[in-house]
Ligand binder design. Sequence first.
Ligand code: ZN
Length: 220
Amino acid sequence: MFVGHYGPAFAAKSLARSVPLWTLFLAVQLVDVAWGVFVANGIEHVRIIPGFTDSNSLDLYDMPLTHSLPAALAWAVGAGLVYAIWAPREKRRGGAVIALAVFSHWIMDLLVHVPDLALWPGGPKVGLGLWNNYPLALALEFSLLFAGFALYLRVTRAKNLVGRIWPWIFFFLLIAAEQVNHSMPLPDSIAQAGYMATATFILITALAAICDITRKPADS
Ligand SMILES: [Zn+2]
């Protein structure tokens, strides 16, 4: 799953209005940010097999440190704790929301991945396999994204004209990014695929920050 992960990020803004949207955007993709670096450096492993699923060509056969259930939980708790320690006392609640956002990644991946998510390193692997039906997987991603986005627009309001327009541009950029991702030629190497994935997640995080600059909580 790619842009569907950002549905929970947008939605989480309604649970913790003090947490910037960019932080939530980074949180929901945190394990994939690490995955990109790990596969590029041979720490985790992926094979490119054209047509492996209806949606993409990635055989994600070894990712115990980012996508096994205990690893996903550990990343979630770790990120939540880092936030809670770093945040001012009255904003510590945000740490729990960050942890939920990080863990939402595994739940969303569970829906679309073929069984490649280990219940524990070396243990049985799960995945409901919606990637084998691209139109359905895409409909799920866009529905999640739009539901979260609609909630975000309700709990925030624009500070200026840019704040009114930018979220919509950003939303359609995410839709376009999904299309580009799907129609791109296969990468030349695993390292290229990994670094490109991580760079894309960081770029999207930076674009989310423009929402933070130009909008504020609706009740403030
Ligand atoms: Zn993932």
